[in-house]
Design a protein around this ligand. Structure first.
Ligand SMILES: CCOCCOc1ccc(-c2cn(C[C@@H]3NC[C@@H](O)[C@H]3O)nn2)cc1
Length: 447
């Protein structure tokens, strides 16, 4: 039996996102988002699910906070729905929208839970999409205006800010692969979006600094890990390209002031260029206080000519999979964190998302989600190992507090440590909730 022990200053939390849990899509004058439109486009979301009700956390946030209080978390990572603050994306600010988040943040603080606020977790105001969305540079200034309103309104209550969640999903998954909103399939457009997100991130950080606020600000890229199938150079180079699409593409500009040349050249061979304008790279490179990292899975992979964007194919290495079909690969968690620290130094890192999909249902009021407990245990073991190797981990936010709207999978895939009955909206704490509660209380667990 071995003990996995964490430092007492480690922050523990849970994460959610506005469109995935709030529901109440018309309450308080909220405007439409691209996910309202996408989810109601036939064929885009499994079973035609949408976020109209979700977990109804807009109305049930006090119950959710009671659950977090019982869990014993230090932090709650949530996101703000931009269309609640600016129903039309720009123009008039909604006081009702701001007041909802004041109620949420005040209740968290009353319960000793620190808010970690994500400004953009994918729910772009539809009004902005109709003007080109993130492909239009005007959206950068609209985002900065939104961020400045939030900083001014909540700068004395919120001390941990995240500009963007999973820039790769917002740009390439949503505008090249096309499975997320708005569902484009154009690599140049996706590359434009990725660049504009980074510029918007840099400008928002500049605004935050100008306001003289004493909190911390960062962003939360998602990463995966491709492990070379062999020690052949071509396999290693192909995996570096695949990993770099998540890591270097979104981190080199922030930490090194330039896009990774090995990928710029790879894209240029495909006729893709980055729409850099004068001053953009200096803007993007604003120093940040922490890096958020979202990690779920990885795989063994190898070179295969003309396979995908990077001549890279995944290899089935026989890893156990979760119910969404993703490999369970805790070694990849360790490797990606070690790699990031090798590349960028010991920047403070919060794990802003890590979790697993298991669709266990309640039986006599209990949800025996042993798979999720195993996933948590394996990944926290890998996290501790990364800390022992010098990775500067400050906190861990489990994805997710609640089962919720899992984007194109709708409600068919459950990531919560708390089960949600989507008919009654009843919450049921799963066995993993009690495991995580014990681990938070002890700051260790037994393997
Ligand atoms: C045919 C190719 O199809 C490719 C599908 O490719 C992906 C990749 C990645 C994801 C993905 C989903 N999540 C979990 C979320 N993170 C943020 C939070 O909102 C969670 O709900 N992370 N990554 C989905 C789909």
């Amino acid at each position: 039996m071995s003990i996995i022990q964490f430092p007492k200053e480690m922050k523990w939390g849970v994460a959610t996102a506005s469109y995935q849990i709030e529901g109440a899509i018309n309450a308080g004058g909220r405007g439409a988002s691209i996910w309202d439109v996408f989810a109601k486009t036939p064929g885009k979301v499994k079973n035609g699910d949408n976020g109209d009700v979700a977990c109804d956390s807009y109305h049930r946030y006090e119950e959710d906070i009671e659950i977090m209080k019982d869990l014993g978390v230090d932090m709650y990572r949530f996101s703000v729905a931009w269309p609640r603050i600016f129903p039309n994306g720009t123009g008039e600010v909604s006081r009702e929208g701001l007041d909802y988040y004041h109620r949420l943040v005040d209740r968290l603080t009353e319960n000793g839970i620190q808010p970690m606020c994500t400004l953009y977790h994918w729910d772009l105001p539809q009004a902005l999409q109709e003007k080109g969305g993130w492909d239009n540079r005007d959206t950068i200034d609209a985002f900065v205006r939104y961020a400045e309103v939030m900083f001014k309104e909540f700068g004395d209550k919120i001390n941990h800010w995240i500009t963007f969640n999973e820039l790769w999903c917002v740009s390439f998954l949503s505008n090249y692969i096309g499975v997320h909103a708005p569902g484009n399939t154009d690599l140049q457009l996706a590359t434009n979006v990725a660049h504009h997100l980074l510029v918007a991130h840099g400008k928002a950080v500049q605004s935050y600094r100008k306001m003289g606020l004493d909190g911390q600000i960062g962003y939360a890229p998602n990463v995966e890990w491709n492990e070379p199938f062999s020690n052949q150079m071509e396999d290693a180079e192909a995996c570096k390209r695949g990993n770099g699409w998540f890591i270097e593409w979104f981190m080199d500009p922030v930490f090194k002031g330039a896009y990774p040349s090995f990928l710029v050249e790879w894209f240029e061979k495909k006729g893709i260029t980055v729409p850099i304008e004068a001053g953009d790279m200096e803007t993007i490179q604003q120093p940040i206080d922490f890096l958020g990292i979202n990690y779920y899975t990885g795989s063994v992979a190898r070179y295969k000519e003309n396979e995908g964007l990077f001549d890279l194919e995944k290899v089935d290495a026989g890893y156990e999979k979760t119910d969404i079909g993703w490999n369970i690969y805790p070694e990849g968690f360790y490797k990606v964190l070690y790699y990031i620290t090798e590349q960028y130094g010991q920047i403070p890192i919060y794990i802003t998302e890590n979790g697993s999909c298991y669709n266990d249902e309640p039986v006599n009021g209990q949800v025996k989600d042993e798979g999720r407990i195993r996933y948590l245990s394996q990944h926290l073991t890998a996290l501790k190992r990364s800390m022992e190797s010098g990775v500067n981990i400050k906190g861990y936010m489990a994805w997710s507090l609640l089962d919720n709207f899992e984007w194109a999978e709708g409600y068919s895939m459950r990531f919560g440590i708390v089960h949600v009955n989507y008919r009654t909206l009843e919450r049921t704490k799963k066995d993993s909730f009690y495991w995580y509660k014990q681990m938070i209380a002890n700051q260790f667990f037994e393997l």
